[in-house]
Each structure stands twice: as C-alpha cells, then as structure tokens.
Design a protein around this ligand. Structure first.
Ligand code: FE2
Length: 358
C-alpha cells in the first residue's frame, strides 16, 4: 500500500505543492480558511488504489491476556466503565483507537461478580467471546448468555450492560464501527439508564413469533431491525460442518444475517464464520472492505500482502482494503475463524468491490 495522507499540520502543508505560487497568495488563502486543491489532489485521490495508513497486524491472545489480567488488578471496572485493551493499528501510531480505518477492536475483561454499567452509544458493537463461562450481556432488557465463540450484538442506540456470574476471567473481543462515527463527528454515549424501554417486550415477542412463522397484527407489530442479538458459536460451527459435508468441500463460510430478512445483521459491520479444513489453503477474493479476523478454534497461518501471521485460538489479525489474503490451517484439525468487515457500509455507499487492483 502507498503510505500517503493529506498533510494536516502547518509545516507539512507545502509538502505537496505542485505549482509555484506567490507566498502572498498562499497567505491570503490561509487567512480566509481556504486551501489550493491542486497541491493535495493526488494525496486526497491517489491514482490506482487507495492510500491507506492501516498496517496489517496480528495480536496474540497470549500477549494480550496477561496485560488484561494486570489491568484487572490495576483498574476497577466501575472506574473504567469498560475495562478494554484496544487492538491499536501500528500504522496510526501509539494509542490509535482503531484496528483499521473503519473497525475498532478491543479485548474486554470481566472478573467474577463484576458488572460493566448500563450505557448506550451511537456506534454499534459486537462481542465475540474468547474465554470463560458465566458472562452475559443485557441488551434493552434482553439477557444474552456469552459462550465461547458466540457473537452478541449491541446495536447502536440500544442500552446494554455486561455481567459475570461464573468463576475465573471472562474475556471477549469487542468490534465496533466507532471510527466511522468518529469520522462523522457523531460518536457519543449516554449512561445511567435502567436498561429497558417501553417497546422492548413487544419487539422481543414479535421477533420470537416471526421466527415461528407467525406474524402479529400490523396494528401492534413493532419494527425491530435487530431481531437476533445472540448468534451461538455451536450453531454456526455445526452449520459450517454440515455445509462442507454437503458440498464435498474442505472449507466453508457462512454470513451472519438478520433471520427475518436475510440482510446484514448490523448496518456497518459484516460477520462471517469460516471453516478451513486441516492443511487446506484458502485464497480470498480481494475486496475493498477492511477486515479483522478472529481465531475461534484451531491454528494456522495467514498471508496479508507481505505479512505472514501464524495464529491460534484467541488471536486476532487485520487486513487492509484490497489486500491479498490467504489462510492455511495446520494439519490434523480444522481451523475456525470469524471475519468482521465493513462491507455492509461500503455496499450502502455504493463502492464495495471484489477485485484485485493492478
Ligand atoms: Fe458499550
């Protein structure tokens, strides 16, 4: 990837100058909060392929876990609100609050008996459970148990809190579309609610009935764009194995969707369960989406452009837009990954592409 950005500080502003202009003219532009496009056009619209700054990276769970447990000793959850260590894109420098341009990822810890207080925010989130039993998330009053590999959705604007009734640490990967909301200057949160709203019981009942093929009268039917909040891993895993057996293939993938309409389950983020057979090679079609891969089971190795990442359960790695991505599972056992990307957003914006750029 070309590492090129629009200069943002005063010293760099003349770095892209393409025309000799009188300093007096440049000063006049600056004085009126104006800028010459021609100096920065190629940086803003690079030819051939996007000029991303994301650097693909693999975060080993074995590296993150001890630091997370140390954070558990150092930082009370009531003080932190959410005790999370962010998977920070090295391409954006220290403390970057994203893994790619559009995807935030972080690993959250709850210790037995702890509660992460109720809040809601404009970005949507999904939790992919890594470790522990007894964790749960309550979304608008609906309790979702958290088992390893499960995906729990907390859509934007919905009240949610987390708790832990079991023993030992519970950890999960948080993935949010926070960078999109940050770019739109629309990221914010609210707290201090009891976690319910008046429509929620009716929305939940409506969703249950629709899944049973029963549609309530329109007069009292509430539209719920998120009828399914918990996607159990065991269901997805079994479905991948059935699909692979039915097709005679060693690899399989399944998208997580809204069960009522088959569409993406969140507006910005897309989720796919992947099975890679033992010692099998998976060459992905390059796409314009940026991606975070999380390893649920097994081990293997992935190539993301010039980067080679070996991985095992609990690890997470990123891929940039239009990256060449391939995976191989180690011999002897299949590997299972969950892919999270921003394809739903790109499709809504009309520029999602599946192709190899020259
Ligand atoms: Fe949250």
């Amino acid at each position: 990837m070309i590492n090129q950005t629009i200069p943002s500080n005063t010293e760099d502003r003349h770095a892209g100058e393409t025309a000799s202009l009188p300093e007096e003219f440049r000063a006049a532009l600056r004085d009126h909060a104006l800028a010459p496009l021609w100096d920065f056009l190629k940086a803003a619209l690079p030819h051939g392929r996007p000029a991303g700054v994301t650097r693909p990276h693999r975060w080993r769970y074995a590296d993150v876990r001890p630091l997370l447990l140390e954070a558990g000793r150092l930082v009370p959850v009531a003080q932190a609100e959410r005790r999370v260590i962010v998977l920070s894109d090295p391409g954006r420098g220290p403390n970057a609050m994203s893994a790619t341009g559009t995807l935030y990822a972080g690993i959250q810890l709850l210790l037995p008996g702890e509660t992460a207080p109720t809040h809601r925010h404009s970005p949507s989130a999904a939790r992919i459970v890594i470790e522990g039993r007894g964790g749960f998330t309550v979304v608008n009053g609906q309790r979702c148990e958290m088992e390893r590999g499960d995906i729990i959705l907390t859509p934007g604007g919905q009240w949610h809190d987390h708790g832990h009734d079991g023993e030992g640490p519970v950890t999960w990967l948080d993935v949010l579309d926070l960078p999109v909301f940050t770019a739109a200057e629309s990221a914010y949160a609210e707290g201090g609610h009891d976690g319910c709203n008046a429509e929620e019981p009716l929305m939940t009942l409506t969703s249950e009935l629709l899944r049973q093929g029963l549609r309530p009268p329109r007069a009292w039917r509430c539209e719920n764009p998120y009828p399914m909040l918990r996607y159990p891993w065991q269901t997805a895993r079994a479905a991948l194995e059935r699909l692979a057996a039915a097709t005679g293939q060693a690899c399989a993938e399944l998208a997580y969707v809204n069960p009522e309409n088959g569409q993406d389950c969140l507006p910005v983020l897309g989720f796919t369960a992947m099975m890679i057979g033992p010692d099998q090679h998976w060459q992905a079609v390059p796409t314009s989406a940026s991606t975070v891969f999380h390893v649920v089971e097994g081990s293997g190795e992935s190539r993301v452009d010039d980067h080679v990442f070996d991985w095992s359960a609990g690890d997470t790695f990123s891929a940039t837009t239009f990256a060449s991505v391939s995976h191989r599972a180690t011999p002897g056992q299949p590997a299972f990954l969950i892919r999270v990307d921003d394809a739903p957003l790109q499709k809504k914006l009309g520029f999602f592409q599946e192709r190899q750029l020259a």
